[in-house]
Design a protein around this ligand. Structure first.
Ligand code: ACO
Length: 334
């Protein structure tokens, strides 16, 4: 989207406006399911899952715990970190594939839970790229002066759309939420955002079911061609990282932290290898969180901010890929 950092002047403002992340938050449901526990339910093993995916455990929402509940906890932590109140938010975007209900949007439900009234709130559906898409949308809103503070959340309860008897998919995913506060600033912040989609790949990953006259038509569970997804993900994650680097005249050596979508450790390692970025500079949470779809990037970001790895002035690359297919990157000067 923003191919460079050319400043945009908000209407009525004499100064260019950029956006920067001023607070992060994350939340994982209490219940943790290890690979060994899964192996008591389906024909799998800790060794198979760990060697093929790097995943050791995942968190699973309690009965009745919805995406907006996880989003609420993560948002509260991000607000607290940013030092602002929910009433200060001028925009709320929730990236989710597992909304509370068909409508109203999870963003509107979250807005109500937070106690904000009047700001625009909407869900964004770009599956595992959802957080990157939502961050790009919020960045545009801030740069054009539409608001001063935006809440951007990735929240998922994938446990609800998994066939727990299908070992080829149920071992891969987990539940969680991550949130950031994006605030108007005099300097970046977000240097550029780059988004893509190609709907011709819709068959290789999806939940084909739909509500039709009170019935579910088609499967309501995740279906995936794992090998094709793997190859496609590595290809586009490397491409879209290079696109962001080129737009900012930076090299892979300039990236202090790469935070890719946490689908699978082997996808992350292959992407880092293609980019020439050592794994010491890659944030990894997939071993403990599994794939939390739109929540995976903000959860990983929150962890690396809170444990002090990400520091002021560093370059941080976020990048996602997911069903659709969709993919994108966001380059940040922290
Ligand atoms: N436990 C034990 N055996 C299993 C399991 C399991 N959980 N799942 C599949 N197998 C078996 C298969 O049945 C197959 O058995 P067979 O040889 O007797 O037929 C064997 O393991 C090998 O299956 P493959 O699918 O070839 O295994 P592969 O090495 O390709 O790994 C995997 C599968 C992990 C899904 C891999 O393709 C992958 O990582 N793909 C990326 C998918 C992904 O990460 N998706 C997340 C969503 S997409 C996104 O977020 C972008």
């Amino acid at each position: 989207m923003n191919g460079d950092v050319a400043p945009v002047r908000a209407s009525g403002s004499a100064r260019p406006v950029y956006s920067r992340i001023t607070g992060t938050g994350g939340y994982l449901p209490e219940r943790c399911v290890t690979n060994d526990e899964l192996a008591t339910r389906v024909d799998t093993s800790d060794t198979w899952i760990a060697t093929r995916t790097g995943i050791r455990q995942r968190h699973v929402a309690a009965a009745g715990e919805l995406a907006s509940d996880l989003a609420y906890r993560a948002s509260q932590r991000a607000l607290e970190r940013a030092g602002i109140a929910a009433a200060d938010l001028g925009l709320i975007i929730v990236a989710t594939t597992t909304p509370d209900m068909v409508f109203p949007s999870t963003a509107c439900i979250l807005q109500h839970k937070l106690g904000n009234r009047g700001s625009p709130a909407y869900d964004l559906q770009a599956v595992c790229s959802g957080f990157v898409y939502a961050l790009a949308a919020a960045d545009s809103a801030l740069r054009t002066g539409q608001c001063r503070h935006a809440l951007v959340v990735g929240a998922e309860v994938y446990s609800r759309i998994l066939d727990w008897s299908d070992r080829s998919t149920c071992v891969l995913f987990g539940d969680g939420a991550g949130a950031v506060i994006l605030s108007a600033a005099d300097a970046p912040g977000i240097l550029s955002t780059h988004l893509h989609a190609d709907g011709s790949y819709s068959d290789i990953l999806g939940v084909p079911g739909r509500i039709d006259h009170g019935r579910i038509e088609g499967s309501p569970f995740v279906h995936m061609d794992g090998n094709t997804v793997f190859r496609f993900a590595v290809k586009v994650l490397a491409e879209v990282a290079h696109e962001a680097l080129d737009a900012n005249a930076l090299a892979p050596t300039d990236i202090d932290w790469l935070i890719p979508h946490q689908a699978n450790l082997r996808i992350i390692e292959a992407t880092a290898r293609k980019l020439g970025i050592p794994m010491e500079r890659v944030v990894v949470t997939v071993d403990r969180h599994a794939n939390t779809s739109a929540a995976s990037i903000p959860l990983a970001l929150d962890e690396a901010v809170r444990d002090g790895r990400i520091r002021t002035g560093q370059h941080v690359m976020l990048e996602g890929v997911g069903g659709g297919f969709t993919w994108g990157s966001v380059l940040i000067r922290w």
